[in-house]
Ligand binder design. Sequence first.
Ligand code: FMN
Length: 233
Amino acid sequence: MVAFAVPAKVPSTRKLTPTQPQKKTNSMPKVLHLESSPRGDRSASITVAKTFLDAYKTAHPGDEIETLDLWHTAIPEFDGSTIEAKYAVMHGQKFTPEQEAAWKTVVKIADHFKSADKYVISLPMWNFGIPYKLKQYIDVIAQPGLTFSFTPGVGYKGLVTGKPLVLILARGGAYGPGSGAEGYDAQSTYMKQIAGFLGFTDVKEILVEPTGMNKDEAEEKGKKQAVELAGKF
Ligand SMILES: Cc1cc2nc3c(=O)[nH]c(=O)nc-3n(C[C@H](O)[C@H](O)[C@H](O)COP(=O)(O)O)c2cc1C
């Protein structure tokens, strides 16, 4: 993996250290559901996610569940001052006022992400990978000092640790074990890779496939798995 260059002497104003974990004001565990299909009720990934969350709510009636619909959430473009702010952090440089403001927004979104105790991400496969809204959200929250750290000699370390993640992966074709098309599945591969990079070690998957052949059957199979997993989540 290519490491970002970090100067030997990092100015004291800007260190690559993790932010303090957010102190929760209540003790109710929170599940954050990232919803990344734009198809609403017609979406296979959302349908299975709803079954998962309903079963979870039954098993944990006191817990909070927050669904973030990424298609109706303002996610900043990762360009201009925002990208320069990231590089300023990586290189231990001071922010310009514009970078400071852009970074504030990034920190707010990353802090919100980190405020959860458990995660559910439901997503369709798009062109073998993930929808661009989810990728944009990941590009915003995957930040040095916020969700991962880099220390020369030590390397990268994920900072979102000790929290379980369930991925609900809908796809038109079949890419699961034994399908012969496993190598085309950049959806599952990427999600597991980035989750691992950010610190997740407990990652489970529900494959909702092949929705293009038999959507009802794929959803039913996914829902069954969702109910089983939700009870142990
Ligand atoms: C833009 C786009 C690209 C897609 N690319 C693929 C693909 O590469 N492989 C595949 O099997 N299905 C592909 N599909 C089909 C979806 O993965 C499938 O319909 C899935 O059930 C969508 O999930 P959703 O119902 O939760 O939106 C694509 C669909 C769209 C809209």
